[in-house]
Design a protein around this ligand. Structure first.
Ligand SMILES: [Mg+2]
Length: 135
C-alpha cells in the first residue's frame, strides 16, 4: 500500500479507455474507479498521452465527466513550458500504460497493487427487461 503522495502518469488510449483513437473508446473496467480512489487519496494524476489539440481536449473532458481532474496534462507540472534543452520524459513515480512490456495489468490488479485493497466487485449485468428490445 502506498503511504506517500505519488505522481502517477496515466496513458489514455488502450489504458483508461479501449483504443479507438481518434475516437474515445469505452472505459476499461475499474479504470475510473481506481483513478478516483487514487485522486481522493491525494495522489497526483498526470495524463500522459500521444493526443494533442482537439482529441486531447476531448479526452480531458471525458475524464472530467467521469470525475477525474488531472494535475497536469502531457507535462510534469501545470506551469511547465516546453523547452528542448530539457528531457521530454516527464517526472512521475509510476507510469500506467498499455504499452508496458507484458501489457497492461488489469485495473483490478493495479488497484490492488497501488491502493492495497481488492477491487470492488464487478457490477452485475442487468437482466434484460421484457421490453428492452424497444430501447
Ligand atoms: Mg496507449
Amino acid at each position: 500500500m502506498i503511504r506517500e503522495t505519488l505522481t502517477i502518469a496515466v496513458d489514455f488510449d488502450g489504458t483508461i479507455v479501449e483504443d479507438e483513437y481518434p475516437r474515445i473508446g469505452r472505459p476499461i473496467i475499474f479504470a475510473f474507479d481506481t483513478l478516483k480512489k487514487l485522486q481522493n487519496e491525494g495522489h497526483r494524476l498526470i495524463l500522459w498521452t500521444y493526443r494533442k489539440g482537439r482529441t486531447l481536449e476531448e479526452a480531458v473532458k471525458f475524464c472530467e465527466e467521469n470525475g477525474i481532474f488531472f494535475y497536469a496534462v502531457n507535462q510534469s507540472f501545470p506551469e511547465e513550458e516546453f523547452d528542448a534543452s530539457y528531457s521530454r520524459k516527464i517526472h512521475a513515480d509510476v507510469f500506467i500504460d498499455d504499452r508496458n512490456i507484458g501489457g497492461l495489468k488489469s485495473w483490478g490488479e493495479i488497484y490492488q497493487q497501488l491502493v492495497g485493497a481488492p477491487a470492488p466487485a464487478k457490477p452485475k449485468t442487468q437482466k434484460k427487461g421484457l421490453f428492452s428490445f424497444l430501447k
